[in-house]
Design a protein around this ligand. Structure first.
Ligand SMILES: Cc1ncc(COP(=O)(O)O)c(C=O)c1O
Length: 388
């Protein structure tokens, strides 16, 4: 029964993304670890280049696969790799590069292909936050050699936790299939535990009630953890069942996120412009203090899982965040530090620093864009930027 659900969902994903190979696994990090184990088996190279500002699960998957993390600083206004630095970071031992479409904003895939082409370097698209987004009309996750999505909480669609691998490469797809066949399914006990967590969140995800699940430590909401170890399993049949109707849900959720992001972006811009123009009561944010990613103004291909805003000053950022917490408006910092500062692995980077990743970790605020934001929530969120 469960097996049949999984096969149906796989088939739907294959069609929707126009890919030959699809695998459903227990999490996004399990998907990445699986991909990397396979790439490792196809090459003698060992280094994996990632943005110095990304999800902590990314380096943990690299270490789980027995490979080496190599960091590249980012372009802070695009939340993308700094491509000039990428060229310098690549060396003879570079196995692959992992661009990450953070917040659902597409990385510059043309640029990255141009750099990696002819160097025999795989491109693994981390589309964990970008399911359903596009780049030049093509679906994110399908532009590199292999890609993955996360089905974790707060993602474009969710079944509590889960991951999807997609590829058009037979070489990679067949090698993954051989490993995938040997994985176990998640157990019924794991399923039941997750189902309860999903129910709790479904009831309390509303901004005004969010304080309740946020106060339950076992849900680990808003926390960024470096996982030393995590299971690599097949997604259970029950979870695959929870994905029933996923295409419609994904498109609807992404549409709302895009509209909310666009609306909030406009509101923030006009508020900030207003405050700039008012010399009598200058906002702490007046001046050159803020930047929003320029791509919000054009394209419209991203899915804006959250709206990122860079604040010029850490204290103001922290103040707005504290106010948001007090009012239950759901803003977050995203990742608290650049990857080179993760306690468990920092000795691997020989004291190297990544200034743009550091700056973003200190000044970023992300605003929720999900379907439960009411007009009033959006108004209160925009107001916070004046109060801060
Ligand atoms: C950019 C990025 N990569 C990878 C992951 C890992 O996905 P998961 O949480 O499903 O293991 C996440 C999820 O938070 C993510 O945001």
């Amino acid at each position: 029964m469960g097996y049949k659900y999984s096969k149906n969902i796989e088939e739907e994903i294959r069609k929707y993304f126009g890919v030959k190979h699809v695998f459903l696994v227990s999490s996004g990090k399990a998907a990445l670890a699986m991909i990397l184990l396979v790439l490792k088996s196809l090459s003698h190279k060992k280094e994996v280049i990632i943005p110095a500002y990304t999800c902590f699960s990314v380096p943990s998957a690299i270490l789980k696969a027995g490979l080496k993390v190599s960091l590249c600083d980012i372009n802070p206004s695009a939340f993308d790799l700094d491509y000039n630095l990428l060229k310098k970071t690549i060396n003879k031992d570079t196995l692959c590069v992992i661009p990450n479409h953070l917040f659902g904003i597409p990385s510059d895939m043309e640029r990255i292909k141009e750099i990696c082409r002819s160097k025999d370097i795989f491109i693994v698209e981390d589309a964990a936050q970008a399911m359903g987004g596009h780049y030049n009309g093509k679906k994110l996750g399908t532009l590199g050699d292999v890609g993955f999505f996360s089905l974790g909480r707060g993602k474009n669609i969710t079944c509590g936790s889960g991951g999807i691998i997609v590829t058009n490469s037979d070489k990679i797809g067949n090698a993954i299939a051989r490993k995938y066949d040997k994985l176990e399914y998640q157990s019924v006990a794991e399923d039941v535990k997750e189902l309860l967590q999903i129910l709790l969140l479904a009831i309390f995800i509303h901004p005004a009630l969010y304080w309740f699940p946020a106060g339950l430590p076992f849900l680990k909401l808003g926390q960024t953890t470096f996982y030393k170890d995590f299971p690599m399993k097949k997604l259970s049949g029950m979870k695959a069942g929870l994905l029933h109707g996923w295409q419609e849900r994904l498109e609807k959720a992404n549409q709302i996120r895009k509209e909310n992001a666009k609306y909030l972006y406009k509101r923030l811009r006009s508020r900030l412009r207003l405050s700039n123009g008012n010399a009598q009561s200058p906002s702490p944010l007046a001046g050159e203090g803020r930047s929003l990613p320029p791509r919000y103004l054009s394209g419209g291909e991203g899915v804006y899982l959250r709206l990122p805003v860079l604040i010029n000053n850490r204290e103001i950022r922290d103040k707005i965040f504290a106010l948001s917490n007090k009012k239950g408006l759901g803003m977050s910092f995203m990742y608290p530090a650049p990857i080179n500062e993760i306690e468990e692995i920092k000795n691997q980077f020989n004291g190297r620093t990544f200034p743009s990743a550091k700056k973003v970790s200190e000044r970023l605020l992300t605003i929720p864009t999900h379907h439960l934001l009411s007009e009033r929530d959006k108004e209160r969120i925009s107001s916070l930027f004046l109060e801060g």
